[in-house]
Design a protein around this ligand. Structure first.
Ligand code: GTP
Ligand code: MG
Ligand code: NA
Length: 349
């Protein structure tokens, strides 16, 4: 079938930024979960993946979309969470290499920090479009909570002193981005030329705790995906798949978490993985996902699938997965393929 603009896949969105800027909390807000408080030391140490259905995106942008009237056609969104701690540069690099678009989270109270800058340069080097969340806006002095509301509605009811602090901190962040060679502006103050300029970065004030601006960032990501990334997001039947994590799960044995960007993966497929000892061929014995709006790295009531379609995160059960290397591609041996060819191909990346 021809690839068309009417058949887009879910965009893969990665969340990056310095430690404790609120990346996981932002996802918790959208998921209505509490993953962050269950993390050891409140620190993310793995790559995560959460799939949001279209109906969730519609519900969580409904208020803002009363005025924006954006026709959302994406089938959903797949969001990859990454650690901000300095020791996980490899995971940030993997996350940034897998995504279509990114959210760079900045703590509005701290401005740009070391791993913010590192993340920013990773995204720039790959030419990945991103938006900046100016998070923790609720920590501006005397902030009046407007739970889950569009950010402009929330700013309208803030006292003048709160607004002064907000403007001054937002303008500091803008200057610090400028120092890194990044032009940016509060997204509703951007001119038409700024939107045309693919290097220009929209800023979205958010609170992951009280929810102001979360509608804005979701809708903005949908708009960028449909308006600017649609060519890249046209669904394609060729399998495009990468290993996110390899881990043992109680009762399941060794599993691999995969990011399937395009194509299908089916139970019974003969999959070729890269391991420390070279390529291996193994049958896919199980395809599991958490329910929608649930984090894949949290053990849950997994849903069993016969077939999954990208873009989606999926946990795979099979034999011999112990030495699979995270970050490597996965291929499937088709009916007309020679196993040796596929093995050579998978190792060539
Ligand atoms: P790492 O994954 O470890 O890099 O951290 P993170 O960026 O995922 O941040 P996390 O979600 O762990 O949040 C760090 C701390 O900031 C937690 O105590 C959160 O409750 C708090 N926090 C996050 N977002 C907000 C926010 O918008 N407002 C306020 N007031 N606190 C926040
Ligand atoms: Mg985190
Ligand atoms: Na944290």
């Amino acid at each position: 079938a021809a690839r068309t603009r009417d058949d887009l896949r879910c965009p893969v969105v990665v969340i990056m930024g310095h430690v404790d800027t609120g990346k996981t909390k932002l996802l918790d807000k959208i998921r209505k979960t509490n993953v962050q408080e269950g993390e050891a030391g409140g620190i993310t140490q793995q790559i995560g993946a959460t799939y949001f259905e279209k109906k969730t995106l519609l519900a969580q942008t409904a208020r803002l979309n009363e005025t924006e009237k954006f026709d959302l056609t994406l089938p959903g969104m797949l969001v990859i969470d990454t650690p901000g701690h300095e020791s996980f540069t490899n995971l940030r690099s993997r996350g940034s290499s897998l995504c279509d678009v990114a959210i760079l989270v900045v703590d509005l109270m701290h401005g740009l920090e070391q791993q913010t800058i590192e993340s920013l340069h990773m995204l720039r080097n790959r030419g990945t479009p991103f938006v900046v969340a100016l998070n923790k806006v609720d920590r501006c002095y005397d902030w009046k909570t407007c739970k889950d509301s569009p950010i402009r509605d929330a700013l309208k009811v803030q006292p003048e002193g709160t607004m002064q602090e907000f403007r001054s901190r937002a303008s500091d962040a803008k200057l610090q981005l400028q120092e890194q060679g990044v032009n940016s502006n509060i997204y509703w103050e951007m001119g038409e030329d700024d939107w045309e300029n693919s290097d220009f970065v929209p800023l979205v004030p958010t609170s992951a705790i009280t929810g102001e601006g979360v509608q804005d960032i979701l809708l903005l990501l949908c708009q960028i995906s449909q308006r600017k990334l649609w060519r890249r997001l046209m669904w394609c039947a060729n399998l495009q798949c990468t290993v996110l994590e390899v881990k043992a799960i109680d009762g399941l044995g060794m599993t691999v978490d995969l990011l399937v960007v395009n194509g299908y993966l089916r139970e019974g497929d003969k999959a070729v993985f890269c391991t420390l000892d070279g390529p291996i061929v193994t049958e896919i014995r199980g395809l599991l996902t958490p329910p929608p709006s649930r984090e894949m790295r949290i053990k849950s009531e997994y849903i069993h699938h016969k077939e999954i379609k990208g873009a989606l995160g999926v946990k795979v059960i099979g034999n011999g997965l112990e030495k699979v290397m995270a970050g490597t591609p996965v291929l499937v041996v088709g009916p007309d393929d020679e196993v040796e060819d596929i093995k050579a191909e998978v190792m060539s990346d």
